[in-house]
Design a protein around this ligand. Structure first.
Ligand SMILES: NC(=O)c1ccc[n+]([C@@H]2O[C@H](COP(=O)([O-])OP(=O)(O)OC[C@H]3O[C@@H](n4cnc5c(N)ncnc54)[C@H](O)[C@@H]3O)[C@@H](O)[C@H]2O)c1
Length: 328
């Protein structure tokens, strides 16, 4: 089987490639990645000479290139991780988010249709549901209305709808998964957890937006990879699956835990002006994935955080050249 994985030089895509290559020795993987600021070929270094792996530097918006990759490689399955993924950047400059996240997904859907792929899977986010008040006990299910707050989440919601429309209109066997915040190795040090670890290790201030009480649900990246693998095997075309853990924690408490793990003091924390339109709380219900497909996250939050901190402590060669310091 050949899998086309886009965005595989980024955080979750690279973890997914490693996961699949380890679990299925007979799979061939073709990775298309533009290598934006967030893509890092050095992450894939250990597999670049593996005959089962092929890397193509390219833009998912480039129809000719995507058509060529499909016609040469004939992928059975496409998993679209490629995206502009940082909310703050989408607030500063939304256009590239519309281009990659919406138009790029459209190009991949057209090629998947033309070449008859057996499954197209769109990687999405719980941010498409918008946020909840801090005191709410509600959780978003797959039936919750889409109510995105940022240009990033609006572009991801658009891509979800486009994907589902290709199932309904053309019968393309497509699925969508909406995951909560991921953490783990190879995450670009502009995102909350790696940025806080990197700043703390250099005794630089740890900037916290607003009052720091915004709540997020955290999922260890390998548990996300296992969920996507399961959806590819057993998920029903035309369906959406939420992927989340039971680990919900406010940003301030998360940063305090990281500081404790790193043996650093809380005096490094500084409060900065809140993000525009900052979502207060995400809470996701992944009962459907657990009940229908038998998925369960395996990594305890404390263990996952320790593993992540250890990885960043040991992998300065990977993140230091990418780290600019500063804010989230
Ligand atoms: N990180 C999270 O917590 C999280 C949570 C839920 C969903 N997601 C979704 O998961 C996916 C992967 O997220 P991530 O955190 O690994 O992102 P990332 O920013 O680390 O990686 C994105 C990758 O996509 C590539 N890319 C960007 N534009 C491209 C283009 N036009 N053509 C080809 N490649 C392009 C980049 O070079 C990079 O390698 C995204 O779709 C994101 O929306 C992420």
């Amino acid at each position: 089987m050949t899998m086309l994985i886009t965005g595989g030089a980024g955080f979750i895509g690279s973890n997914f490639i490693f996961y699949i290559m380890k679990k299925y020795p007979d799979r061939r993987i073709v990775c298309v990645d533009k290598l934006t600021y967030a893509g890092n070929l050095s992450t894939l270094e250990p597999i670049l000479s593996d005959p089962r792996f092929c890397f193509v530097q390219g833009d998912i918006c480039d129809r000719d290139l995507i058509d060529r990759v499909f016609s040469e490689e004939h992928p059975d399955v496409v998993v679209n991780f490629a995206a502009e993924s940082h909310v703050d950047r989408s607030i500063e400059d939304p256009e590239v988010f519309l281009r990659t996240n919406v138009l790029g997904t459209g190009v991949l859907l057209d090629a998947s249709r033309k070449y008859g792929v057996k499954r197209f899977h769109q990687i999405s986010t719980d941010e498409v549901y918008g946020d909840l008040p801090l005191d709410s006990d509600n959780r978003f299910t797959e039936a919750s209305p889409l109510c995105p707050s940022s240009p990033y989440s609006a572009s991801k919601a658009s891509a979800d709808l486009l994907t589902l429309s290709y199932f309904r209109t053309y019968g393309l066997p497509a699925t969508v998964s909406r995951s909560s915040n991921n953490y783990g190795s190879y995450q670009f040090p502009e995102k909350l957890i790696p940025l806080m670890i990197a700043n703390a290790l250099s005794d630089k201030p740890l900037p916290v937006y607003g009052d720091g009480l915004n709540v997020r649900n955290w999922l260890y990246v390998e548990d996300h990879c296992a969920a996507v693998d399961l959806i590819l095997q057993k998920g029903k075309p035309g369906e959406v699956y939420n992927v989340g853990s039971s680990d919900e924690i406010c940003n301030l408490e998360l940063i305090r835990r990281l500081l404790r793990l790193l043996g650093k003091g809380e005096e490094l924390i500084i409060y900065v002006a809140d993000r525009k339109g900052h979502d207060r709380k995400y809470s996701i219900d992944s009962e459907k994935l657990r009940r229908e497909l038998g998925w369960t996250p395996r990594t305890d939050f404390s263990e996952g955080l320790e593993r992540t901190v250890r990885w960043y402590l040991e992998s300065g060669d990977w993140w230091r050249p990418l780290w600019k310091g500063g804010t989230v």
